[in-house]
Design a protein around this ligand. Sequence first.
Ligand SMILES: C[S@@+](CC[C@H](N)C(=O)[O-])C[C@H]1O[C@@H](n2cnc3c(N)ncnc32)[C@H](O)[C@@H]1O
Length: 409
Amino acid sequence: MGRNRDEAQFDEYRDWQWIKHLILTDYAYLWPRILGTAYGHLVAVDACAGAGTYTNPDTGEEIAEGSARILARHAQLYTSERGPNKTMRVICCEKNRRNYESLVQAVASFEPHVRTLHGNFARHVPEIVEALGDSPALILLDPIGVATIPADLWRPLLERKGKTDLLIVLHMAGVHRTGGWLTPAGVPNPRIAPAQRGVMTMDRVFNGRDWREIAVEPELAGEDHREERERRYMKLFFENVIGSRHRWKCYCPVRSRYGGPVKYWLLHASDDRKPYQLMNDEVVKVNEILFRREYPEGTIEGFVDAELAAQLTRAEAEMAEEVLDYLGTVPGGTLPEGVIEELLLSRYFGRVKSNVPWRVIKGLCKDDRLVREKTKNAAADPHEMISLPKAPTPETTEGAKVVPIRRAA
Ligand SMILES: C[S@@+](CC[C@H](N)C(=O)[O-])C[C@H]1O[C@@H](n2cnc3c(N)ncnc32)[C@H](O)[C@@H]1O
């Protein structure tokens, strides 16, 4: 029997898959170590786990580890280092039978840290929610097309009480295809057989019909606007599906080469700042790897490093100006340091490492362009007020005597 799309993708390791696996590997190592400081038992759920490994179909040789194996390996490592009071477990679901069989084999050596479930993960949601209890969970959703993750089916994983970090990989090809089945009025084209069903599924994926407006917007039509359409779909997914439950969240495009077309989108949401910073730093790392790949061997030594350093200097200068401009618009020209840092990090997500915003703020204070509540060398404190310097008043500039308020009254 031939292999379908869900199965065939594990026969080769495409040039962009390493990106999600690199990020997942670093995340799976650090996530339990961050959350584990406050919680005992952690669970990762690989809801669309795949085959566990990527294998050359001709030679049988393993090409790369898949998400389930990466998570399982880290669960085993963490639990052996910190257990029995601190543990990490993995629950994997896979709907495709052949992939499921491979998955079971691929993670067998990581028992008892891994549990595998066959079938659409939606069917297992009640069981998974119960198994998670109040433990912090990392939910990885990586379907090959978004049609298999209608929002209503996985909402209980989002709405559970325990802390929930989300890592979602979204490919938009199916959304574009289904969008093409709409009439200009945004209803399923009656002349296209699968339109009615496909469009209604997409309504469930995006938790409403708003995506249809993006799909039929004439100004966003065509290949030239594909990325902008995807950005709007992501924003919608972010707002209508993920909602306001998480304090720290972001989404970013993944490309196989620097500046190339978007292959998929990565969405991350967390209740904690550190995993968010970690995700930011991972995206910066990937972008740097892609940038370096643009330069062939034989490029003058040090050239790429110098170019990266120049990009960072430019970004820091832009950030500094933005902070000053922004503080100029808020009452009193003052904000807590944590708020300024958060603002900068969200605007420059994936462009600069998470330690850069504080460096920029500190630099502005050192140059007296901003004023700290604390001394100039004090450690960062998110509650410390950072202000624009007070403009000199006419009295002080003319050296006039300042009358104490009580005496003046
Ligand atoms: C992109 S692959 C997963 C790759 C895997 N996360 C990795 O990085 O190694 C998508 C897999 O999810 C499975 N899948 C898609 N939708 C699913 C669903 N609703 N429930 C369970 N499995 C699903 C597909 O059969 C396919 O094997």
